[in-house]
Write a protein that binds this ligand. Structure first.
Ligand code: HSE
Length: 357
């Protein structure tokens, strides 16, 4: 029997426990062994919860339990999550995570520890929520030189922009609803200011181009400066507005950035609405492929994390790698890209880059 622990019992953590329990028989057949939840690390009690008997508050219990071979970190942030993740790997346990902040900031280091310890480190749920994108990018497209990866990588902002554009909702109302639906980060500033999309862009750029990016060096603009007038004017001009994360191969590195773009209404990305995300990969052999699906939310993200638990359980003996690159990814100035711009010159001017397919 393979035993695993979940660190964190928020939106995603509770989803992982639920999905793993629902698919218990199928997973056992896939792995060739039962995969059993032994602990959930929590900060407070959940009386009456169906998994209450698994809950513990001391991480050392999990770290020191030789029966635990897989740990799923879904706490978020880069403080306690970083400490526990490192300790889990050093204790010889495979680690799976949906924590994009942690992967973007410390993923390369965690990857090295995992390699040294001969365990798995998998983080499919860190980009695109429920969309399978990291394994397709690194495995199914392995025979391509990746030239560009871009897309709508944040569900909360796409939900807000769609609600403002199509239902005339205010920014504040749409954000409140996105929070109620469990899409937003604990501090939604990370969503609306583009930091979440930036972390995902950094992870994609690293996996696509093989070099670890300094996430803090990626130019990032969110959606807080946009208002209903921008969306209305964009539509009148034949566009919609989407927050895009883009990473483009250059001669000596890559050019990566996050900002709201004008998307022609005829382009596929224009029809990606609500919490849906879409990620386009341009490869030297395949051409362009687009991955589409729910980019946030309890069960979609749990679907990705649970699949990583299954992968890790299947490869306890022969580890699998989602190899992040060594540090030193070179970021070319965004000026390397020639674009047309929309500028609304008022007291508080708006600048929007046109997306050219
Ligand atoms: N807050 C994130 C989003 C969650 O809205 O996309 C999924 O990463």
């Amino acid at each position: 029997m393979i035993k695993y622990a979940i660190l964190g019992y928020g939106v995603v953590g509770s989803g992982v426990a639920e999905v793993m329990a629902e698919q218990r028989e199928k997973i056992a057949a896939l792995v060739g062994d039962e995969v059993e939840l032994k602990y959930i690390l929590v900060r407070h009690d959940y009386p009456g919860d169906p998994f209450a008997d698994k809950m513990v508050t001391d991480f050392a219990l999990i770290e020191q339990d030789p029966e635990i071979s897989v740990v799923a970190e879904v706490i978020g942030g880069a403080n306690a999550a970083y400490d526990y993740s490192k300790r889990a790997l050093l204790a010889g346990k495979s680690l799976v995570s949906s924590n994009k902040e942690l992967v973007a900031l410390h993923g390369a280091e965690l990857c090295t520890i995992a390699r040294e310890k001969g365990v798995n480190y998998l983080f499919e749920g860190s980009v695109g929520g429920g969309i399978p994108i990291l394994r397709p990018l690194t495995q199914c497209l392995a025979a391509n030189r990746i030239d560009e990866v871009f897309g709508i990588l944040n569900g909360t902002t796409n939900y807000i922009l769609t609600a403002m554009d199509t239902q005339g909702q205010s920014f504040a109302d749409a954000l409140k609803k996105a929070q109620e639906l469990g899409y937003a980060e604990a501090d939604p500033t990370a969503d609306v200011e583009g930091h979440d999309a930036c972390r995902k862009t950094a992870i994609l750029a690293d996996l696509a181009f093989g070099r670890n990016m300094d996430v803090n060096a990626i130019p990032t603009q969110g959606i807080t400066t946009l208002d209903a007038a921008d969306l209305e004017l964009a539509r009148a001009l034949g566009y919609t507005v989407k927050l895009l994360g883009r990473a483009i191969r250059t001669e000596d590195g890559c050019c990566a950035f996050v900002e709201p773009h004008l998307i022609p209404l005829s382009h596929l990305l224009a029809s990606v609405s609500g919490v849906m995300n879409a990620c386009v990969v341009r490869g030297s052999a395949v051409g362009e492929v687009m991955f589409y699906g729910p980019g946030a939310g309890k069960r979609p993200t749990a679907s990705a994390v649970a699949a990583d638990i299954v992968q890790a359980a299947q490869h306890i003996e022969h580890r699998r790698d989602t190899a992040l690159g060594a540090p030193g990814g070179v970021l070319a100035p965004e000026a390397a890209l020639v674009s047309r711009w929309y500028i609304r010159a008022e007291d508080d001017p708006t600048r929007l880059k046109e997306f050219t397919p």
